[in-house]
Design a binder for this molecule. Structure first.
Ligand code: DGL
Length: 246
């Protein structure tokens, strides 16, 4: 069984790709919705949260972990590896690999949380900007409309005419990929880390006859379930359970 986790709803971008590619594989999803966002916090706190998230997944006996969060991948991938002792995949390397394949002029941009942008996880050569307000908006269900367009304009304007490839370096952002694409136009290629990381694990996942999926959240609110329904195209409420870390 595969364990996939994020601070909140963003990791569902990985879940969506995972289900498309591996319909016969069991997985569990952990969203630390009681403590989202992670991206505005200090590295110490992000590491502590990552350790607690990992311990929970280990208690569920996962055989592989996908860190469906750029913030944790940037600052605490080592913590996840040390705590779990199972293969661990973060979202940074697969996305950078793809960006390098796609770029024609080597002008690559990255948009992520403040913690990700301030970390040293991505090369100096990448043009980085944080888009802090997008995570709370997306968690609140603003995935299209004038509110999100306003912030897309604010955060993505600088990339226009500057890069030919842009890494959506926060797993929340692909939820509004269509809106971002509409604003930036065809000349900028968007890299979705969810698509790339799911490809990376293909040799390690095991098929089963009766695949199961369960969602664990540290806080359940209707907004999450509603946004998840819109984004995944299915209702996950009867597969979702509220948990707390001991
Ligand atoms: N989706 C996460 C990321 O990829 C976390 C966003 C947040 O909690 O601030 O960075």
């Amino acid at each position: 069984m595969v364990g996939i986790f994020d601070s909140g709803i963003g990791g569902l971008t990985v879940v969506k790709e995972f289900k498309l590619k591996y319909p016969n594989i069991s997985f569990i999803y952990l969203g630390d919705t009681a403590r989202v966002p992670y991206g505005t916090r200090s590295p110490e706190i992000i590491k502590k949260f990552a350790e607690e998230d990992t311990k929970f997944l280990v208690s569920k006996k996962v055989e592989l972990i996908v860190v469906a969060c750029n913030t944790v991948s940037s600052l605490a991938l080592g913590v996840v590896k040390k705590t779990s002792r199972v293969p661990v995949f973060g979202v940074i390397d697969p996305a950078v690999k793809k960006a390098l394949m796609v770029t024609k002029n080597n002008k690559i941009g990255l948009v992520g949380t403040r913690a990700t942008v301030n970390s040293k996880a991505y090369s100096e050569a990448i043009i980085k900007r944080h888009a802090s307000m997008l995570v709370p908006l997306i968690e609140e269900g603003f995935i299209k409309g004038e509110e999100i367009d306003l912030f897309i304009n604010k955060y993505f304007k600088d990339f226009k005419d500057q890069v030919d490839t842009l890494i959506l370096g926060c797993t929340h952002y692909p939820i509004i990929k269509k809106e971002i694409g509409k604003y930036l136009g065809n000349s900028i290629k968007l890299i979705d880390p969810a698509v790339e990381v799911v490809d990376e694990i293909s040799n390690l996942v095991k098929k089963t006859k009766h695949p199961k999926e369960n969602y664990y959240l540290t806080d359940i609110n209707q907004r999450f379930l509603e946004t998840a329904r819109m984004f995944l195209g299915e209702d996950i409420s009867n597969k979702t359970e509220k948990i707390s870390f001991k």
